[in-house]
Ligand binder design. Structure first.
Ligand code: F6P
Length: 526
C-alpha cells in the first residue's frame, strides 16, 4: 500500500480541497433543496445532521474512497472478531464484546461467558446495595458511594452517572475522586459518614499512583472512623484487570469485579468499571446503556461506509484536520447533563489519536489527533463563542442536544434549543458587516448537529459508541494504534524519580536548571 499522503485517494482529496476552499456551505444549500436529507443519518432515536459541513457528494465519495483504500472495513471486522489489533501491546480490542451478543474468541476461548458472569454479579451487587440487602459493617444502609479511579477508570462512569442522574436512586449519592490532590479526597470525605459509605477502587492495572494513594487514604479513613481494620471489608469493592493486586490490597474475592486486558481503560465504561453507574441507576438502566451501544456497533459493522455514522464523522474529522489544517474540534453539548462529555471525549480521542508514528513505527508526515475541547451551551456562548464566530481559526464543532428534557421547567428547554439552532445557523451563514468590519461574521464554520429524542440510557449508549468508532476510523486512516498510550509514561517515570527527592531539605541539582530551581523553591517555601 502506498504511504497515506502518496495514495491516489489522498491526492485526489488534495486536489478537491483546492476547489472546495472557496465554496460557501450556504451556497451548497441554495444549490440543493434536499441537502439536509442527503447529508443526514438516522439511527433509532439519534439524528446526525452533517449538512452544515463544507462537503459535497463528491467530497464524501472521495473521503469514502480513502477509507476503503485504508482498509477501514476489514479493520473494523478484525476489531469485532477479537483479532490482536492493538499490536504494540499484543492485545485484542473488545469493548464491543462487553455490550455484544455473539461469541468472540480470544486465545481460543469465548469471552462472552465471563462477560455475562460479571454482568450478573454487578446486577446482584447493585440490586442488593440499592435495596439494603448489602449494608455497611454496622447494618446501616449505604447512602454514599465513593468511586476512586482516574482516566478511563473515572471519566466514563462520572460522565454517565452525571448524564443519567434523572434515572438515579435518590437514596444513593455517588462521589468521584480522581485527582491525587488531597483537596479532592478531603472535600469528599468531609461530608460523609463512613458507616454508610461504600468505596469502589477502580483501576485496570491496580498500580496507578494516584488511585492507590487515594485508596490507601480512604482505607485509613474507614479504619479510623469505624474503629477497626477488621470491619472495613464491608465498605470496599474493587474493579480491576489485576485481581491479585486487589486481593493484596485486602479485598475479598466476592468484592472484586474483574475486567480484562482486552478492554482499554478509555473504552471500559461498559465493563465492571460501570459499577458506580449501575449502583446509581440500577442494572436495568445500565443494560439499556449497553443496548444503545450495541445498536451503534451493529450499525457500524453493517452499514455501507457512505451511510455509516461513525465513518462519516471520522471522515469529516480527517477532512478538516488534514486538508484544512483545523487543529482542534469543539464538543458543544446543549445539555447540562452532558457537561462532562468534552472531558470524556478528550481522553477517548486525544489518548487514542495523539500519536506521531504509524503502527509500524514510521513517522507520519500528516497531522493526526486534533485538540478536543468544549463545554456545555449556552454557557459556552458567553465565554469562547466569540472566537468560533469571528476568530481567525477554523474550528469544526459538534452540537449535541436532546429534544425532550427531563424536567418540566417552563420555557427553559425551548430557549436552550433556540440557541442551539441559532448558533449552528449563524456559524454557517455568517452575516455581512453592519456598519463596521467589527460586526462582520464570515460564516462558513462547519458543524455537525446530533439530536437524540431524549437522553435515556439507551441514547447515551448510542452517542458514546458513535464517538468510540469515530476515533477508531480516524486512527485506521492515519495508520496509528488507537489503543495504546505510551506517551503518558515518561512523565509518570520522572514523577517517581522526583518524589523521593522532595523528602529532605537538601537542594537538588540532578535536573535541568528550571526543574532544579522549581523544586528548590518548593522545598524552601513549603
Ligand atoms: O495514564 C493514563 C492511563 O493509563 C489511562 O489510559 C488509564 O485510563 C488511566 O491511566 C488509569 O489507569 P488504571 O485504570 O490502570 O488505574
Amino acid at each position: 500500500m502506498p504511504t497515506l499522503t502518496q495514495s491516489p485517494a489522498w491526492q485526489a482529496l488534495e486536489a478537491h480541497q483546492r476547489t472546495m476552499a472557496g465554496t460557501a456551505i450556504a451556497q451548497l444549500f441554495a444549490a440543493d433543496p434536499q441537502r439536509c436529507g442527503n447529508f443526514s443519518l438516522r439511527l433509532g432515536e439519534l439524528l446526525l445532521d452533517y449538512s452544515k459541513n463544507l462537503v459535497t457528494a463528491e467530497t464524501v465519495r472521495l473521503l469514502v474512497a480513502l477509507a476503503r483504500e485504508r482498509d477501514v472495513e476489514s479493520q473494523t471486522q478484525r476489531m469485532f472478531n477479537g483479532e490482536t489489533i492493538n499490536t504494540s501491546e499484543n492485545r485484542a480490542v473488545l469493548h464491543t464484546a462487553l455490550r455484544g451478543a455473539r461469541p468472540v474468541t480470544v486465545d481460543g476461548a469465548d469471552v462472552m461467558p465471563q462477560i455475562r458472569a460479571t454482568l450478573g454479579r454487578m446486577r446482584e451487587f447493585s440490586d442488593a446495595v440499592r435495596t439494603g440487602g448489602i449494608t455497611g459493617h454496622g447494618g446501616r444502609q449505604f447512602t454514599d458511594i465513593i468511586n476512586i479511579g482516574i482516566g478511563g477508570s473515572h471519566l466514563g462512569p462520572a460522565l454517565a452517572t452525571h448524564a443519567l442522574a434523572p434515572y438515579a436512586s435518590p437514596r444513593l449519592r455517588v462521589h468521584f475522586v480522581s485527582n491525587v490532590d488531597g483537596a479532592a479526597l478531603h472535600r469528599t470525605l468531609a461530608c460523609l459518614d463512613a458507616a454508610a459509605t461504600l468505596v469502589i477502587v477502580v483501576s485496570k492495572t491496580f498500580t496507578t499512583q494516584e488511585t492507590l494513594l487515594n485508596a490507601r487514604s480512604v482505607r485509613a479513613w474507614l479504619t479510623e472512623s469505624l474503629g477497626s481494620d477488621a470491619v472495613i471489608g464491608a465498605h470496599l469493592a474493587a474493579v480491576t484487570a489485576n485481581t491479585q493486586l486487589a486481593r493484596d490490597f485486602g479485598l475479598t474475592e466476592s468484592r472484586i469485579f474483574p475486567f480484562w486486558d482486552w478492554v482499554g481503560g478509555r473504552y471500559s465504561l461498559w465493563s465492571a468499571v460501570g459499577l458506580p453507574l449501575a449502583l446509581a441507576v440500577g442494572a436495568d438502566n445500565f443494560e439499556q446503556l449497553l443496548s444503545g451501544a450495541r445498536t451503534m456497533d451493529e450499525h457500524f459493522r453493517a452499514a455501507p461506509l457512505e451511510r455509516n455514522m461513525p465513518v462519516i464523522l471520522a471522515l469529516l474529522g480527517v477532512w478538516y484536520n488534514d486538508f484544512f489544517g483545523a487543529a482542534s474540534h469543539a464538543i458543544l453539548p446543549y445539555d447540562e447533563s452532558l457537561a462532562l462529555l468534552p472531558a470524556y471525549l478528550q481522553q477517548l480521542d486525544m489518548e487514542s489519536s495523539g500519536k506521531r508514528v504509524t503502527r509500524d513505527g514510521e513517522p507520519v508526515d500528516y497531522d493526526t489527533g486534533a485538540v478536543i475541547w468544549g463545554a456545555a451551551g449556552t454557557d459556552a456562548q458567553h465565554s469562547f463563542f466569540q472566537l468560533l464566530h469571528q476568530g481567525t481559526r477554523l474550528i469544526p464543532a459538534d452540537f449535541i442536544a436532546a429534544c425532550q428534557p427531563h424536567h418540566a421547567l417552563g420555557r427553559h428547554h425551548e430557549v436552550l434549543m433556540a440557541n442551539f439552532f441559532a448558533q449552528t445557523a449563524a456559524l454557517m451563514n455568517g452575516a455581512p458587516a453592519a456598519g463596521s468590519a467589527h460586526n462582520a461574521f464570515p460564516g462558513n464554520r462547519p458543524t455537525n448537529s446530533i439530536l437524540v429524542e431524549k437522553l435515556t440510557p439507551h441514547a447515551l449508549g448510542l452517542l458514546l459508541a458513535l464517538y468510540e468508532h469515530k476515533v477508531f476510523v480516524q486512527n485506521t486512516i492515519w495508520g496509528v494504534n488507537a489503543f495504546d498510550q505510551p506517551g503518558v509514561e515518561l512523565g509518570k517515570r520522572l514523577a517517581n524519580r522526583i518524589l523521593p527527592e522532595l523528602a529532605g531539605g537538601d537542594p537538588v541539582s540532578a535536573y535541568d536548571a528550571s526543574t532544579n530551581g522549581l523544586i528548590n523553591f518548593y522545598k524552601t517555601h513549603r
